[in-house]
Design a protein around this ligand. Sequence first.
Ligand code: GLU
Length: 279
Amino acid sequence: MAWIERFAPSPTGPLHLGHAFSALTAWDRAVAYSGEFLLRIEDIDQSRCRPHWEQQIFEDLEWLGIRWPKPVLRQSKRLRSYQYVIKTLWDKGLVYPCTCSRRDIAEAARAPQEDAPLLGPDGVVYPGTCRKQSAEDLPENAALRLDLRAAMKADIFRFEETGLHSGSVEFSADEAIETIGDIVLARRDMGTSYHLSVVLDDAFQGVTHVTRGEDLFEATKIHVILQKLLGLPTPTYHHHRLIRDENGKRLAKRDDARAISKYRAEGATPEDIRRIVGL
Ligand code: GLU
């Protein structure tokens, strides 16, 4: 059976122990199953990506003993493909322009019940304010949202999971409409979004196994819905535990203290990193 894993970092800061754990887990699985390991650079947010972070990603991963085919796929080179797909969904009437700010969304989601707004994988679940906006008068500077209810291609969605949620994961369209809402397919500043790009690229690269942190478990549901909508295969997912600091907080890019480059500079070996993250 083909086994293609990938690691897909964004070059917006240094890789830390959490990234090392994720990349090594995917790499070890690819090696164990005589598969392939791909590196993809997720650089759609050009305002935050920097060439020196990308260079450091290459150096850190090579130092960890990870190898991948070159040249790597860069999402910034794939914008036309993403936009082509958005246009096909637009032509089917499944996408609408949205001019809401974060604050508009938070306020609309709060009223009238005055409860705390429902949080989904991307923050406050969008209350649908712009759904009725006519596609003809596309406002400038609008984000594009997927009309999730109209886009549902099944009542029940399923994906195979070999990680923390081991087994077959099932969720209903109704549950997703309520807890995820109309996701952004194209951000106004980027012309695409993380969710759309990741789904299209996993399919484009023939990825069969996605190894990622459990913080993305809810986002995976969005990806499975998009795969069904676009007629793409659903890979097997492996959600792994997160590496946390001593206070139990998930590591973030600004956690320079746990940057792999820092451990390297201090004379640690790749085996030390494996030991620290529990591999
Ligand atoms: N660029 C994403 C990240 O760094 C990719 C994660 C994924 O899709 O698995 O979190």
